[in-house]
Design a protein around this ligand. Structure first.
Ligand code: ADP
Ligand code: MG
Length: 730
């Protein structure tokens, strides 16, 4: 007799070796790169020159686009899309669900004579009106005023999504309510980029930089994920409905041998990766890196960094493409932060920097003293921002899934701190100590005079435990969850840095007004600001319990879970910050807070319901069946041989009976606390606390006993694919 798990293993091991579905030579990659994007070059070729120039002004100076030009652009877009097989277009937007949304419309219309025609106008390009009543709004919009608008974001190029069932032209858009409130992630992001641009340029001017006229954020997200074979996946209701396993005994072998990280990639996985990369290249997404990650069956994909608005759209497409291509290879791609207990979860390292319109990275230490002065001022602004508003960064990445990493037993911790690397730490310490000239009359570290040592960028100088680390010429925000959109973490980051750039510019100007030279003003502001904000700097092991104690002594917040973390968004300082820079209105902020809490509650409601159901209709029946088998075997053995020693079987039966009783009690307790949560309906705040404090601990108890049962019950009767199978057989 074989059970369905054994059938799955047989199916997987009988698979013929796979070759990539695509012709993947370097030449080919270069030929297809961006072929599904209506790039600026394509537009230069296809658009009337006046329309193209108008678009360029919009892109580089944020000028609004005249409708007549929009019409010309729409026609060129439609012709390009239709020539590549598109039948429909969609405004592609990012509601507060963490993923993307689309509603397709055909290019089809009919003329006066009743004949079918294709149509696409500037009006349709610029503005859409999806019925948006079913997207989360956090109270911004009641269902009776359900109208939502989408508005074209010309700074992110349009692209084609191809499937075997048709091709669609996707137009990146912002999404707002009838009253103009942002209902999405893109609108606040674009506003934060404007704030960053304005404040960064202001500071550069104060510093005497006359070349740069715009500054933008740059982002390179490293995406981690797991692959499991579809044969296993479809037998795990928890993976299907919650994206993570709610049961599963620790496998005998986990990640302790460290044999998976950077190990050779299995051919079947490589075939999947190559096809995913190929699809992404066609969308103009510059994928650069792929490797095995730390946990078994865990992997990473990373692009070359891009301007942040585009990088964020691209990361959403990366996640979607990974999922889609995995299915074509008999895999399921798990993007959840913690699909498997007891082994590493998945994150998304958000590499972040600032770039001016001359292509200079503002976090690149320079070759001249002036460049270094600018670098140190920007660096100081980032340090100040994270010290003042680290809790907001923590809030931006709060989710039920990410709670299993941050604040749980895994890195990075929920405490935000900044790691600078050994050499830069020495530089910063020198600056802090350097107010008073030393014996020879020289300052310990004189900005604008000293040339910085070139900073090492290799892995040896890295602190992998830091949630926010300087890695040579950028910061790496490592606490972001793998499944989330990186729009909000970047929006928050851009805003808090804009605020600090603003503060630095004002402080330098104030010192100058009091008669200080630019050089002295910069020196003083950097020195004072670093001294004031140095508690955020930490170079030690962020996982250690000593750091938790030390961080508390320093007064750094340690917001361990989502309900605690998201409240930061409602703090008066947060409201003041975001409204000051026009990134969120007070109402928009409240809506984000509400949606985050609601999502947390909904997630835990689904998970707890699932755990109770799997316990009752899969695990308990298997345990009872095995109990009956053992009991029968004892009775039959005794009948056949009255003197036989059945003590071993009796002990098993006793163990089993004890665990079944415990299990039943835990499941009943879970039902009770779940019902208590239901009774709090309408009070999302109390519900979130109830799930955190009452439901999650009981779920953990249910799981603990369930996992003990897995170790007792006959393997042939066990209904759920086991960790030792899912993580190793593929
Ligand atoms: P690693 O940190 O793994 O050694 P890299 O330093 O090459 O790898 O970069 C990791 C990610 O950081 C890549 O996506 C890369 O494009 C991105 N990155 C590099 N420079 C910047 C920058 N100036 N701004 C944003 N991201 C960057
Ligand atoms: Mg990595």
């Amino acid at each position: 007799m074989t059970n369905s798990r054994q059938e799955a293993i047989r199916a997987i091991t009988a698979m013929p070796p796979v070759a990539p579905n695509v012709d993947y030579t370097q030449k080919h990659v270069i030929e297809v790169f961006g072929e599904n994007v209506f790039t600026l070059e394509a537009m230069r070729e296809k658009l009337p020159s006046e329309a193209f120039r108008a678009l360029q002004r919009t892109l580089s100076h944020g000028e609004s686009l005249d409708v007549s030009h929009a019409d010309a652009i729409a026609v060129a877009m439609k012709d390009w899309a239709i020539s590549r097989g598109a039948t429909h277009f969609t405004h592609w937007f990012q509601p507060m669900t963490g993923s993307t949304a689309e509603k397709h419309d055909a290019f089809l219309t009919y003329g006066a004579d009743g004949r079918a025609l294709t149509e696409f106008s500037g009006k349709l390009l610029i503005k859409g009106e999806p019925d948006a009543s079913s997207f989360p709004s956090g109270g911004i919009r009641a269902t009776f005023e359900a109208r939502g608008y989408t508005a074209w974001d010309p700074t992110s190029p349009v692209f084609l999504v191809e499937s075997t069932n048709g091709t669609t032209l996707c137009i990146p858009t912002a999404f707002c309510s009838y009253g103009g409130e942002a209902l999405d992630e893109k609108t606040p992001l674009l506003r934060s980029l404007q704030a960053l641009d304005k404040q960064a340029v202001r500071l550069l001017r104060v510093m005497g930089n006359k070349e740069a006229s715009h500054v933008t954020g740059t982002v390179g997200p490293e995406q981690e994920y797991f692959l499991v074979d579809a044969n296993f996946y479809w037998q795990r209701p928890d993976l299907i409905n919650a994206g993570r396993t709610l049961f599963g005994a620790r496998p005998p072998k986990g990640q302790e041998m460290e044999d998976h990280y950077f190990g050779s990639i299995r051919p079947r996985v490589l075939a999947f990766m190559m096809e995913a990369e190929y699809e992404l290249y066609r969308l103009g997404i510059p994928i650069k890196t792929r490797h095995n990650e730390v946990a078994p069956a865990q992997f990473e994909i990373a692009p070359v960094f891009e301007r942040s608005n585009v990088a964020i759209d691209h990361n959403l497409l990366v996640m979607e493409t990974l999922r889609g291509v995995a299915n074509r290879h008999g895999f399921v791609c798990l993007l959840h932060e913690k699909p498997f207990a007891g082994i590493n979860g998945s994150g998304k390292h958000n590499n972040w920097s600032l770039m001016d319109d001359q292509g200079n990275n503002l976090l690149e230490p320079g070759h001249t003293p002036e460049e270094n002065a600018q670098f140190l001022v920007v660096l100081t602004a980032v340090i100040r921002a994270v010290n003042k508003h680290g809790a907001l960064l923590r809030a931006a990445i709060a989710s039920a899934g990410n709670d299993h990493r941050l604040g749980a037993n895994e890195a990075p911790p929920a405490i935000l701190s900044v790691y600078l690397g050994e050499q830069l730490t020495t530089v910063v310490q020198g600056l802090i100590a350097g107010t008073k000239p030393n014996a020879r009359g020289a300052r310990v570290l004189d900005i604008g005079v000293t040339t910085l040592p070139s900073l090492p960028r290799d892995a040896s100088d890295r602190n992998r435990t830091s949630p926010f680390a300087f890695t040579g010429n950028k910061f790496e925000f490592r606490a972001v969850g793998s499944s989330m959109s990186i729009a909000r973490p970047n929006t928050f980051l851009n805003t808090i840095v804009a605020d600090s750039l603003d503060w630095m510019a004002t402080a330098i100007e104030a010192a100058q007004k009091k008669g200080a030279s630019l050089h002295d003003a910069v020196q003083r502001v950097v020195q004072e600001s670093l001294a004031e904000n140095q508690r955020i700097l930490f170079a030690g092991d962020n996982y250690s319990s000593e750091w938790h104690v030390e961080a508390e002594r320093r007064g750094l917040p340690n917001l361990k879970n989502t309900p605690d973390a998201v409240d930061v968004i409602l703090a008066p300082e947060s409201r003041e910050l975001f409204t000051k820079y026009g990134v969120y209105t007070a109402q928009e902020l409240e809506s984000r807070h509400t949606v985050m809490l609601e999502t947390y509650v909904k997630t835990l409601n689904i998970e707890s319901l699932l755990a109770a159901r799997i316990a009752k209709d899969q695990i308990l029946p298997a345990a009872l069946r095995y109990q009956r088998d053992v009991a029968e075997s004892i009775v039959q053995t005794r009948e056949a041989s009255p003197k036989a020693n059945v003590q071993g079987a009796v002990t098993t039966l006793d163990d089993l009976a004890e665990q079944v009783t415990k299990f039943r009690q835990a499941v009943d307790a879970l039902d009770r606390v779940r019902h208590e949560a239901d009774a709090l309906h309408g009070d999302v705040r109390s519900q979130s606390r109830h799930y955190r404090d009452k439901v999650l601990p009981v779920m953990a108890q249910v799981r603990e006993v369930g996992d003990v049962l897995e170790l007792i019950v006959d393997d042939a009767l066990w209904p759920l694919p086991k960790y030792r199978e899912m993580l190793f057989i593929y």
